[in-house]
Design a protein around this ligand. Structure first.
Ligand code: 2AM
Ligand code: CA
Length: 291
């Protein structure tokens, strides 16, 4: 049709004369509700390189590489280096995006996009030479999670989830377990609340729930706990006193794996009012005990 050809020629002329094809693709990618393949491979490549940085430093930490906020709350030089690396890479690829990082806080407030970064989730495991730590990176668009990745480098496990497209472990689709009975379930929890010295803490819930389960795990990384719920290695997880960067990527991955995530009352005020993640059958049994 003449009209179509004219439109095509005009568009081609514009594209090739403008020399900003790259920027246009970026623009289309960002304004599409789905994540472009380019964005996902950028994230997977980035988080893999960040995990490799952790691996390199894992066994070479000196006491002078650690700052103690208090005896239970520490940050290593690797946390800071890895976060700086991730922010540098995001900023050079997506200069107008906002960023929230555990170590550096929030920068920017005007973009529709917000990257949420935990450079090492499970810093205490990392510092003590244990394998259960992970890099966690999520992307929100207009306040809604659209992409998330969690990489546990010692375990060689890279989880990612894309809104509406599913969740994956090393690119293989994953799904929450179909366990229906608490006594058949293995769950995880954590004690961030104790690190903050809170008197309203998880011990009372722990004492109530653990006897009802087959067993309990405490990996020390909320990001890994959530991903293990997503792939059915765990049947459920709860914790209180976490921050957005601990859970953002894992929450999307659980939801994309057909799991349920809520606060302790079954509502959406997580992590402020606690977080509960499980397959749909066990989720309601957990919120009954936590609410
Ligand atoms: P981190 O390793 O990045 O600090 C373990 O219970 C989980 O709680 C981890 O995800 C850990 O993240 C987080 N965590 C531990 N202490 C915390 C605190 N005082 N405040 C917030 N999150 C904490
Ligand atoms: Ca964390």
């Amino acid at each position: 049709m003449p009209h179509t050809s004219a439109t095509t020629i005009t568009l081609q002329t514009f594209v090739f004369s403008n020399a900003s094809l790259y920027a246009i693709i970026r623009h289309l990618e960002h304004n599409n509700n789905e994540c472009g393949a380019d964005l996902i491979s950028f994230l997977k490549n980035l988080i893999t390189r960040a995990g490799e940085m952790c691996l390199k430093e894992h066994n070479n930490l000196k006491i002078s590489d650690v700052e103690f906020k208090n005896p239970k709350d520490l940050v290593t030089i690797t946390d800071k280096k890895v976060e700086a690396f991730i922010i540098r890479e995001i900023t050079s690829r997506y200069p107008d995006h906002d960023i929230l990082g555990e170590e550096t806080g929030r920068s920017g407030s005007s973009s529709r996009f917000l990257w949420i970064i935990d450079p090492i989730d499970g810093t205490i495991s990392f510092f003590h030479g244990q394998p259960f730590y992970a890099v966690s990176i999520a992307l929100e668009k207009d306040g809604e999670l659209i992409l998330g990745a969690v990489y546990a480098p010692v375990l060689g496990q890279l989880f990612h989830g894309e809104k509406g497209k599913g969740a994956f472990l090393n690119d293989v689709p994953i799904h929450v377990s179909d366990t229906k009975v608490l006594m058949d379930a293995v769950m995880a929890t954590g004690f961030a609340c104790l690190r903050d010295g809170l008197t309203h803490n998880n011990l009372i819930y722990f004492n109530t729930i653990v006897p009802k389960l087959r067993d309990i795990r405490r990996y020390g990384s909320a990001a890994i706990d959530l991903c293990y719920v997503a792939c059915g290695k765990l049947d459920g997880f709860w914790e209180m006193n976490l921050n957005l960067y601990d859970i953002a990527a894992g929450v999307l991955i659980v939801k994309e794996a057909a799991g349920k995530v809520s606060d302790f009352l079954g509502c959406n005020e997580f992590p402020e009012k606690g977080i509960v993640a499980a397959n749909p059958d066990l989720h309601s049994q957990l919120t009954d005990m936590l609410g």
